[in-house]
Design a protein around this ligand. Sequence first.
Ligand SMILES: Nc1ncnc2c1ncn2[C@@H]1O[C@H](COP(=O)(O)OP(=O)(O)OP(=O)(O)O)[C@@H](O)[C@H]1O
Length: 257
Amino acid sequence: MSSTETLTRQPRVTVAGVSKQFGEVTALTDVDLVLGDREFVSVVGASGCGKSTLLSIIAGLEAPTTGSASIAGAEILGPGRDRGVVFQQATLLPWLSALDNVVFALDGEQGLSKRDRVERAREALAQVGLTGFEQAYPAQLSGGMQQRVALARSLAYGPSVLLMDEPFGALDALTRRTMQELLTQVWERNRMTVMLITHDIEEAVFLSDRVVAMTPRPGKVAAEYAIELPRPRTPDVIGNDAFREYYRDILDLIHRG
Ligand SMILES: Nc1ncnc2c1ncn2[C@@H]1O[C@H](COP(=O)(O)OP(=O)(O)OP(=O)(O)O)[C@@H](O)[C@H]1O
């Protein structure tokens, strides 16, 4: 991604002056954030700084106490098919096969016959490398494979925004690395807007066009880093000097609080 492309991007999601109060707890205070069209943004920050709350507001699962969030200029008033959400746990329906979990998610899709939905679900599973596992049940799949199904379930209806809350947080280090590579490939192919919440700064730098660091609670945006590493990215980039510099800067900022 060139810096020119970064500058010319249209806003896809706009969060303006958002605060969120849970009783006595101020989770977010005066957050302004724009996610550009087809931009990959990671959000990092100390535990409890309000990252999940911010994601829930964009997902339409929580309403802001003050301020507003909008998608393509329209205020977010609830969940919608223009946004896919992937959480740390895959939350698959255990009595349905991998394929049927994805088909089920397409059930409300207008104008799609059962056959189209099955076709769409097969394509989504292929994108995440699960061809051959369509008939497997969640209990027969590893944690990483279950997360692949969860990702396929979101990809299948073609959202313009993908929201991911620590999607690889429960996976072992090796699986996590494989999933990061998979996500970068999926994003290169689909180029939707992504907001990824992660505690892993290396993951954030590797995947993102921009990393947003939040202050400790009550959270607000502390700093933003444009990650101008060439794409497509492969894990080789992790050792290079520019990568390590981004990593150190972000880590320093978070440790300074
Ligand atoms: N539904 C809720 N009711 C009450 N308090 C809440 C609720 N959701 C979040 N909070 C509080 O708001 C603050 C921010 O929580 P949030 O989960 O957004 O932070 P986070 O940065 O995602 O944390 P972590 O990195 O540990 O997942 C925390 O103090 C949390 O306890």
